[in-house]
Design a protein around this ligand. Structure first.
Ligand SMILES: [Zn+2]
Length: 323
């Protein structure tokens, strides 16, 4: 009888302690939800749930974002950032660097870019990258800049000046970019403004832009169609992932709300291809390598299904809630 009471007591205590681990709504519960959603494919983003680490020597932003003057900057050698350009779908090309991605969408009337890399990598990686892929950089008509951080916009001025490409950011991020610490002469002159739900059409292809504040005040997320032989897919990109903004409760709420709203959009639209603007977030370079050994008619490594991008957005929104 005594043993029975002891085990009953243990059972009760264990139950209480198990529930105490992660009651709904706590940071631990949000982290657990994010981890469950991340699985293996999004293990690269689960560190968003970690507490902030302002430890010495840790760099929150790339060097180009940290100084005012181009002369003061340390420009890294190409060996540190160069990545081979690659065809990913019949109308989509990877022209990004090792860490920061840029994408070219080909249409019947020219090329639309998503993001423009740095001022020091744009010519080698984007202009020469397109040429390597037998595409003409002079046909770049639009550059959708997902957000006003230097690693995504500093190449825009080159594309604007050399090819007359239209540069598109949200109003909030035009302002955000205008007020950042990069030298004014590195910035594109103000051009087109992305608005919520805007359709950007070039020739036979239409992109839909969504203003999803969080990572920056006016981060733009994008949906667009891609082609693989006779197969048609819908690609989605979440415009900015990291929590490198002033860490206020309001900022995390804004981020989480945008991610959940975009998750709904992704679900309703039936996005089945998930693209990112930093390769580590979805192991882009591994997928490109897998594409090279793809058997004819075999599964396309970038066609991950609707559930995958929804899980990705669960990871980022749950981590935002946890923070
Ligand atoms: Zn950013």
């Amino acid at each position: 009888m005594k043993r029975c009471w002891v085990s009953l007591l243990c059972f009760v205590l264990l139950t209480i302690s198990a529930n105490a681990q992660a009651p709904a709504g706590t940071a631990d519960a949000h982290v657990a939800a994010a981890k469950a959603a991340a699985r293996q494919d999004y293990s690269g983003v689960i560190n968003l749930c970690n507490p902030p680490q302002p430890a010495a020597g840790q760099r929150a932003t790339p060097p180009a974002q940290q100084t005012n003057s181009p002369a003061q900057r340390t420009i890294p050698p190409a060996s540190q950032w160069y990545a081979e350009p690659s065809k990913v779908f019949d109308n989509l090309y990877f022209i990004g660097s090792k860490d920061v991605s840029a994408w070219a969408i080909t249409t019947s009337d020219g090329i639309i870019l998503i993001d423009s890399l740095y001022d020091y990598s744009v010519e080698e990686q984007i202009a020469n990258g397109l040429k390597k892929l037998s595409l003409d950089p002079a046909k770049i008509k639009y550059v959708v800049v997902t957000h006003g951080h230097g690693d995504h916009y500093l190449g825009s001025k080159f594309l604007q000046d050399r090819y007359g490409a239209h540069i598109i950011l949200s109003e909030a991020d035009w302002n955000f970019m205008a007020n950042d610490r990069n030298a004014a002469q590195l910035k594109p002159k103000k051009d087109m403004v992305a608005t919520e739900g805007q359709k950007l059409t070039l020739g036979d292809t239409t992109l839909t832009l969504y203003v999803t504040p969080g990572h920056t005040p006016g981060t733009v997320s994008v949906l667009f169609p891609v082609k693989d032989g006779n197969q048609r897919h819908l690609a989605g990109m979440w415009g900015g992932v990291g929590f490198n903004f002033p860490r206020t409760p309001e900022a995390f709420k804004t981020y989480g709300a945008s991610a959940r709203r975009f998750q709904d959009i992704v679900a309703k639209a039936g996005v089945d291809v998930h693209l990112t603007n930093h390769s580590g977030q979805d192991k882009t370079l591994d997928k490109i390598a897998a594409l090279k050994t793809r058997k004819p008619g075999g599964p396309h490594p970038f066609v991950v299904g609707n559930d995958a991008m929804k899980r990705f957005l669960t990871v980022v929104s749950e981590c935002a809630d946890a923070q």
